[in-house]
Design a protein around this ligand. Structure first.
Ligand code: PMV
Length: 339
């Protein structure tokens, strides 16, 4: 056993096309509906783990050490505790993590963050330097996804590249399904609307979904929407996928807004921008469609041929944005930090 090895995982964020909203079992994090997402290429979290002779783990985000007592990062320590209990690991780890995207801009980073943390920590404890090594050790990608989702549900889908499906639960035989491996190149242009902190964490808001009268209606229709979306993805048909993306995002936000208490993740600035998106489509003839997660930022989904025109419009209206696209999934390396 070499105490010096550092295990580094790079894990992507993902943007949900069909959203996971509401849990059927809170303590075990089972989602109430099936979801489908596109794994991103550029918005990633890089996390390294090294064994250390310490009383507690140490978690660095950027260059700052955050303690267990720091409320914002307590979930990281809880996740390490959960993993160490599940795998019978006693050694403490030094974890260093950073995002490739600005962390203050309100893009959900929990999917990439918890997947990278899970991979780095388990690789380090078990001395495994690749996904093949994990497999030989009896830990499949599905097992890794199941571990990551305990930190953040949406992290489950970041185990693969391309388009990834996560089925509702509880389900003991649940498998993560990689749908169409990046065959259709789509862009996600993330338009940064606001940097304000979320009014409520998504874990708390998931719980309220059941209080919305719209939630049962949403659940009843989600399987059919999933089939239509998958079909549009296979056919590479933006004129069918696009409207489904928008209806889906608006429906999830309608559930949020009709919960008790109501949860509102976007306000006038986002709503005004949605009108701009519609104008790009209706007046300028650009096939671009939006989706929105649990926050105010807008994800514009489009094909590569449309990117330049969209960027020109965003530049004209002085918008801040990040260009991303479908990516190939997480990666893992082992290195000697002294070399
Ligand atoms: O993974 P959580 O608990 O942060 O929930 C994420 C929920 C959405 O981002 C709104 C949708 C999704 O499927 O990613």
């Amino acid at each position: 056993m070499n105490l010096k090895w550092e295990y580094c995982a790079t894990a992507p964020s993902n943007i949900a096309f069909l959203k996971y909203w509401g849990k059927s079992a809170e303590d075990t994090q089972w989602p109430a509906n099936d979801s489908l997402s596109m794994t991103l290429a550029n918005c990633v979290t890089e996390t390294s783990a090294m064994r250390a002779d310490l009383r507690d783990h140490q978690f660095y985000f950027g260059n700052t050490l955050y303690q267990r007592s720091d409320q914002r990062w307590a979930k990281v320590y809880q996740h390490l505790d959960r993993l160490s209990a599940a795998f019978g690991m006693r050694e403490r780890l030094i974890i260093r993590s950073r995002n490739s995207f600005p962390d203050s801009c309100g893009i959900a980073s929990s999917a990439s963050g918890f997947m990278a943390l899970t991979l780095a920590a388990l690789a380090c404890w078990n001395d495994l330097e690749s996904f093949e090594a994990f497999e030989s050790h009896g830990i499949s990608r599905n097992d890794l996804a199941q571990c990551a989702r305990m930190g953040s549900g949406s992290a489950f889908r970041s185990i693969f590249g391309g388009y990834v499906q996560w089925d509702r639960g509880p389900s003991p035989d649940q498998q993560v399904v990689q749908m169409v491996e990046g065959q259709w190149i789509l862009h996600d242009v993330i338009v940064l609307i606001s940097e304000e902190a979320k009014p409520m964490s998504s874990s708390e808001a998931h719980r309220l979904a059941w209080t919305s009268p719209l939630f049962p209606v949403r659940l009843a229709g989600s399987m059919q929407r999933l089939e239509h979306m998958k079909d549009a993805l296979v056919q590479k048909d933006m004129s069918r996928l696009g409207p489904l993306l928008e209806i889906e995002a608006l429906e999830m936000h309608a559930v949020m807004m009709s919960s008790t208490p109501a949860v509102r993740y976007f306000g006038n600035a986002t709503a005004t921008f949605l009108v701009e998106v519609r104008r790009m489509r209706m007046e300028l003839g650009i096939p671009v469609y939006f989706t929105i997660d649990a926050g105010p930022n807008v994800h514009l989904i489009c094909e590569p041929a449309m990117l330049a025109r969209i960027e020109a419009e965003l530049t004209k209206s002085k918008r801040r944005y990040i260009v991303d696209q479908v990516g190939s999934g997480p990666s893992l390396i082992r290195r000697n930090p002294d070399v």
